[in-house]
Design a protein. Structure first.
Length: 148
């Protein structure tokens, strides 16, 4: 007898991003996102990238035409006085936080069994090293560091 299949769900990351953005803005704080600029599809001014990452101010007063949907974050912003388009796939958003307090969240990876991220490589089977299913190490947690 086979186990009932679990329905596949869409990624929870865009929903968390939008909720945290709203929470930060509702508290009159400045929402920032930390982006992995090495991911495919990321379009940011190259001079803003430091060590493969970039922090973007996505406050309503700092950007024009902000769009946050299930695929990504898009807006136009001024960098060095020049208006430039920015496009960040959801998979490249690492964290969202309030500039003033640092409160926010490192966005978790999608759990196994959820819809795969089209920007990720296809899943591969882990090597069989003889370990039992319950012997897996807990997942590493990210940390958020405020850089000024």
């Amino acid at each position: 007898m086979s186990e009932p299949s679990t329905p596949r769900m869409t990624s929870h990351r865009p929903y968390l991003l939008r909720a945290l953005y709203e929470w930060i803005a509702d508290n009159a704080m400045t929402p920032h996102i930390l982006v992995d600029a090495t991911r495919p599809g990321v379009r940011v001014p190259p001079h803003t990238v430091k060590e493969g990452r970039v922090v973007l101010n996505i406050a309503e007063r700092a950007v024009a035409r902000l769009e946050m949907d299930n695929d990504g974050v898009r807006f136009t912003a001024r960098f060095g006085g020049v208006s430039q388009p920015v496009d960040v796939p959801i998979s490249a958003v690492l964290a969202v936080y309030a500039r003033e307090t640092g409160q926010g969240m490192v966005l978790p990876d999608d759990p196994v069994g959820d819809a795969p991220d089209p920007d990720d490589d296809p899943p591969t089977s882990p090597p069989d090293d003889g370990a039992e299913a319950g012997d897996e190490a807990p997942p590493k947690r990210g940390h958020l560091r405020v850089v000024k």
